[in-house]
Ligand binder design. Structure first.
Ligand SMILES: *[C@@H]1O[C@H](CO)[C@@H](O)[C@H](O)[C@H]1NC(C)=O
Ligand SMILES: *[C@@H]1O[C@H](CO)[C@@H](O)[C@H](O)[C@H]1NC(C)=O
Ligand SMILES: *[C@@H]1O[C@H](CO)[C@@H](O)[C@H](O)[C@H]1NC(C)=O
Ligand SMILES: *[C@@H]1O[C@H](CO)[C@@H](O)[C@H](O)[C@H]1NC(C)=O
Ligand SMILES: *[C@@H]1O[C@H](CO)[C@@H](O)[C@H](O)[C@H]1NC(C)=O
Ligand SMILES: *[C@@H]1O[C@H](CO)[C@@H](O)[C@H](O)[C@H]1NC(C)=O
Ligand SMILES: *[C@@H]1O[C@H](CO)[C@@H](O)[C@H](O)[C@H]1NC(C)=O
Ligand SMILES: *[C@@H]1O[C@H](CO)[C@@H](O)[C@H](O)[C@H]1NC(C)=O
Length: 495
């Protein structure tokens, strides 16, 4: 008998994938997934490309990484999104195992202004994965790396995967992202994770055979692994891959239990359980069970009868918990009911922490700063990425501490600024200091009468013209004003 395996790489969802291999020197297609990867050379001007020593296996994405300086700056990748569309954003980190490592890196990643995770490398050969599910707040997002406490911050890959329709919708998505804490494929056939093309949305489904500290320990005696090759109908809401639903664990002695640590918990979470009856039960056999632990009001008393709940075997039943508070150590137990002949069954589960979306710098301030950056577009200072204030502020601005941040100081003395001072500056009401001296500014001063908090204004040594506006004398807090203007009526008086 000959088995012929045919991979069909359809261009559906994957055509919209953004897959960045950080530190790579070329674009390529990975034959193991059929996905197209692009180098970050064109989009990231900072840091350096590093060849990874002793990479785990031969996955092409982990042969290089990009290292960033360990300083007080942030280094950001700007990815374009469709506003209000849902996405999975994934960043991965594999340091490699060089012979001498003084201290593995520990640093922060941010999604826009929201702290995403502290990346703590403890094992150079392990691939650390961080996933966030978002409804895009605008037409682009920034993934920023910063704030190393040991070693140099780095990144291996960055991926953006659009989701379909209402997958992963929550009641809170305007205010919270979903920070994925666990996504487990139970009864997996191998230790490999399941991803694209098995999952058209390219989520990472971790194998329950993956052995690491505090991950799926305390397994109940009598836990058996089962699988089927029959199709499973997964068309409910989250569309877990068929391959994941084709395997499961069963508590043959009546109990299924596991313990795992949830990074960033205790926290409020969105949790999903994925069930499909994949055993052919005889007419005298039943499978009924309950969630015994953790105790979740309204859910723990409900009796799960998968085939009945899903209206058929080989069909997904997907109960989920919109908002459940979970501890750092999650212990969970499913127990069969007394009148059930078979033990509980579980195919997969997913737990995500609600991550409060942190406020970005007030939009009108960003608009004004962009107009100023545009006056010296080639300068290094004008190309610091991400939010002007969070998680670390651009070197030439100061910010107010309370969210949403406002710009309080602009320090651009002698920075080769050309052209007129942009009119948008009048919307920066919290500005207290403006230093634009020793540039090549021309034209009249714009209206700045809204800048009632302005204390210090330096405009000297430019080529400004026009008259000194009267409102400057009325700005209530102005203490220091340095300005030279070619005032035409003075010239007139001279004659
Ligand atoms: C998205 O959802 C629609 C409607 O359920 C479905 O027809 C379509 O196949 C889905 N697309 C993908 C890529 O799964
Ligand atoms: C790699 O792909 C990106 C976009 O996917 C493109 O902008 C860039 O020009 C490509 N680089 C090379 C060297 O082909
Ligand atoms: C979840 O429930 C808790 C407790 O009832 C509540 O404080 C919180 O606002 C809810 N929503 C989120 C996203 O945490
Ligand atoms: C169901 O019936 C079969 C015989 O038809 C028997 O072998 C089996 O033990 C029964 N199972 C249970 C749980 O009673
Ligand atoms: C359940 O499935 C049966 C046949 O498979 C169908 O007749 C019935 O309408 C379904 N019920 C629901 C609620 O979908
Ligand atoms: C199930 O059986 C146990 C021991 O036989 C008993 O203590 C328990 O109350 C029973 N549970 C239900 C729901 O009947
Ligand atoms: C930036 O400057 C160029 C000309 O130098 C102009 O065409 C463009 O509209 C400006 N963009 C913004 C956002 O101000
Ligand atoms: C990110 O890209 C978008 C367009 O895709 C652009 O409008 C925005 O200014 C960029 N953000 C930064 C901080 O460069």
């Amino acid at each position: 008998m000959i088995n012929i395996v045919v991979f069909v790489f359809f261009n559906g969802a994957s055509a919209e994938f953004i897959s960045i291999d950080c530190g790579s020197t070329s674009n390529y297609t990975d034959p193991s997934t059929g996905l197209s990867w692009s180098s970050d050379m064109d989009i990231m001007k900072h840091g350096r490309q590093v060849k990874v020593e002793n990479p785990n296996g031969n996955s092409m994405q982990f042969r290089t990484r990009r290292d960033f300086p360990s300083d007080n700056k942030k280094y950001c990748y700007n990815l374009s999104t469709k506003e209000r569309r849902r996405y999975l954003v994934r960043a991965t980190f594999q340091y490699g195992s060089p012979a001498n490592v003084d201290a593995y890196p520990k640093f922060e990643i941010y999604l826009d202004a929201t702290q995403w995770a502290t990346v703590t490398i403890q094992d150079g050969s392990r691939k650390y994965v961080n996933e966030m599910i978002i409804r895009a707040p605008s037409d682009s997002i920034d993934v920023c790396i910063c704030c190393a406490t040991t070693g140099f911050p780095f990144i291996s890959t960055l991926e953006l995967r659009p989701l379909n329709l209402s997958m992963y919708a929550t009641d809170y998505e305007g205010d919270f992202f979903l920070n994925v804490a666990a996504r487990v494929n139970f009864g997996a056939l191998t230790k490999d994770l399941v991803r694209y093309p098995d999952d058209p949305y390219d989520r990472f489904w971790e194998s329950d055979l993956d052995r690491r500290q505090n991950f799926l320990v305390g397994v109940a005696p009598g836990t058996a692994r089962i699988s089927t090759s029959k199709n499973v109908d997964i068309r409910t809401r989250e569309y877990p891959p068929v391959k994941v639903m084709q395997t499961a664990v069963v508590g043959t002695e009546g109990e299924l239990s596991y313990r795992l640590n949830l990074e960033g918990f205790p926290a409020n979470a969105r949790a999903y359980a994925y069930f499909a009856e994949i055993e052919d039960l005889a007419p005298n056999e039943t499978r009924k069970f309950q969630l015994r632990e953790p105790y979740i009001p309204d859910y723990s008393n409900a009796v799960v009868n998968i085939a009945e709940n899903a209206n058929g075997s080989y069909t997904l039943y997907e109960p989920s918990y919109m908002n459940v508070t979970l501890d750092f150590v999650l212990s969970f137990t499913f127990s069969k009911t007394n009148d059930s002949t078979e033990g509980p069954l579980l195919n997969a589960m997913e737990i995500s922490k609600y991550q409060q979306i942190a406020a970005k710098t007030e939009r009108q301030d960003v608009t004004a700063l962009n107009a100023i950056r545009n006056m010296s577009a080639e300068s290094v200072w004008a190309n610091e990425g991400g939010d002007p204030c969070v998680p670390t502020h651009w070197e030439w601005v100061n910010c107010s501490p309370t969210p949403p941040p406002r710009i309080t100081k602009i320090a651009l003395s002698g920075r080769n600024l050309k052209g007129q001072i942009p009119s948008e500056i009048n919307h920066m009401e919290e500005l207290t200091e403006l230093w634009l001296d020793f540039n090549s500014l021309t034209g009249p001063l714009p209206d700045m009468s809204n800048l009632i908090n302005l204390e210090i204004l330096h405009l000297e040594n430019n080529k400004l013209s026009g008259s000194l506006p009267l409102y400057l004398g009325r700005l209530p807090n102005l203490q220091a004003l340095y300005v030279e203007i070619l005032i035409s009526y003075l010239l007139f008086l001279d004659h």
